[in-house]
Design a protein around this ligand. Structure first.
Ligand SMILES: C[S@@+](CC[C@H](N)C(=O)[O-])C[C@H]1O[C@@H](n2cnc3c(N)ncnc32)[C@H](O)[C@@H]1O
Length: 425
């Protein structure tokens, strides 16, 4: 019964994405009460289905003449994901899929159809099609700028990387916390200093959670602050701070941090993380475009709101829900430009600005930075990759760092992230 309700919730999530254009992170109504573990399981099923949608749809479309109605097709997708993507026992999965179909459509016809399709999908024919099928293509608004900047082959590699669930990365508070985590949880230490756990784990049950020895942060998201080097005693302003990964890195490095964000709800998570880790920051809620600090800082960080196209491994609903780039991307770029101007005006002469975005688009990263830097007389401080355990090929043409989901392919990949340090003369 429990596993059936979990699948029913996964299906509600898939319907929300496909039929209502709802992100998985948005609240959705589901009448049954489920534990956090069961909700997490449903989310995992929905995300696996979305990550492997290209392959799944190819298998199903090869086996049927016409798709049933969208909710029925989502049941078939979910079952195919479980069978081929997760290696679940086909008999059990098919049985539950038929029950879900019967709830949606009481005619025997659809149940009989689904049964026949799924048995074929689970059998030799389906396995053969699955093994030669291609990963989901990125929609053109994402795929075209990526291919234009990096080439068609890299676009394909990024699409392949999007099929895999990301590992869990943690940023340790200090070196001894990193050593303890390696010893107690089998985490591996990545060259840039993040800890990586493969397999699924409940974050709150990992050793060191209660004592605040680490926080969750993708290895790529942890790189930007590392580029600043020693932070001890510096006055740092984090202009787009919540939920606080970069604020906590700066605080752990000994900086005096002011953390600003426009969203009080998101700042709540920063407060909670600071409480758990015992780290300190002065928190301000406000819009960076009209907020006045009344002083200048040694370092200003702009981890700007962006298309988040570098995080599709984590958010496989993004390419489906945010179906149009155009106007939205341009609005974000305007905001990023304004935030960067603002950051420069809050930086003392001789100080530094750290700009980053979790985007695959040069128009939000390198191109935007080059334009603003030229307008404002800022200079890029080129990254010395070896100093920070970074691969030299991650260096962008203007001296920043640009990681991609197809990087670290044998270790579980990483998010797409652009970051650069600028000097204000
Ligand atoms: C990419 S997230 C920041 C992530 C954060 N730096 C971290 O490492 O955890 C971007 C943040 O910018 C905030 N934001 C967007 N527009 C803003 C504005 N005008 N002023 C201040 N914060 C803003 C959003 O609320 C969001 O929390």
């Amino acid at each position: 019964m429990r596993s059936f309700v979990i699948r029913r919730l996964a299906l509600t999530m898939l319907d929300g994405v496909h039929r209502k254009g709802q992100m998985l992170s948005e609240p959705m109504s589901f009448p049954e009460t489920l534990s956090d573990i069961d909700r997490a399981r449903a989310l995992f099923l929905a995300k696996t289905t979305l990550r492997q949608r290209g392959r799944i749809d190819h298998v199903l479309d090869s086996l049927i003449d016409r798709r049933p109605h969208p909710a029925g097709f989502n049941v078939l997708r979910l079952a195919t994901a479980e069978i081929h993507g997760l290696g679940a026992i086909p008999e059990l999965v098919v049985d539950q899929a038929i029950r879900l179909i019967k709830e949606l459509d009481r005619t025997r016809h659809l149940a009989g159809f689904a049964n026949a399709v799924l048995r074929k999908a689970a059998g030799k024919t389906g396995s053969g099609i699955w093994s030669t099928a291609q990963p989901s293509r990125l929609p053109e608004w994402i795929g075209s700028p990526v291919a234009e900047a990096l080439g068609e082959e890299v676009r394909r590699r990024i699409e392949a990387a999007h099929e895999l669930a990301p590992p869990l990365d943690l940023t340790p508070v200090n070196a001894s916390a990193a050593e303890r985590m390696q010893a107690e949880s089998g985490a591996i230490l990545l060259p840039s200093g993040s800890l990586r756990l493969s397999g699924r784990a409940r974050v709150s049950e990992l050793p060191g959670f209660g004592s605040g020895s680490w926080w969750v942060q993708d290895v790529a998201a942890a790189i930007p602050v590392k580029l600043l080097g020693q932070l001890s005693g510096l006055d740092v302003l984090d202009l787009c701070a919540a939920p606080g990964g970069k604020t906590m890195q700066c605080s752990a490095g000994g900086a005096n941090v002011t953390a600003l964000d426009v969203s009080d709800r998101r700042l709540g998570r920063l407060r909670e993380n600071l409480r758990r880790t015992g780290l300190k920051a002065s928190i301000e809620c406000g819009d960076a475009l009209d907020w006045e600090p009344g002083r200048r800082f040694d370092v200003v960080i702009v981890d700007a709101p962006c298309t988040a196209t570098g995080t599709i491994r984590r958010n496989p609903d993004l390419p489906l829900v945010k179906a149009e780039g155009g106007e939205d991307v341009r609005k974000l770029e305007l905001l990023q430009r304004s935030l960067l101007h603002r950051a420069a005006s809050f930086t003392r002469n001789g100080g530094r600005i750290l700009y980053s975005v979790c985007s695959l688009f040069p128009s939000e990263g390198e191109l935007l930075v080059n334009e603003v830097a030229a307008n404002m007389g800022l200079n890029v401080i080129p990254v010395d990759c070896r100093q920070f355990g970074l691969e030299p090929e991650w260096q962008s043409a203007n001296g920043g760092i640009w990681t991609r989901p197809d990087h670290l392919p044998d270790m579980g990949g990483m998010d797409g992230f652009y970051s650069v340090v600028l000097h204000r003369p």
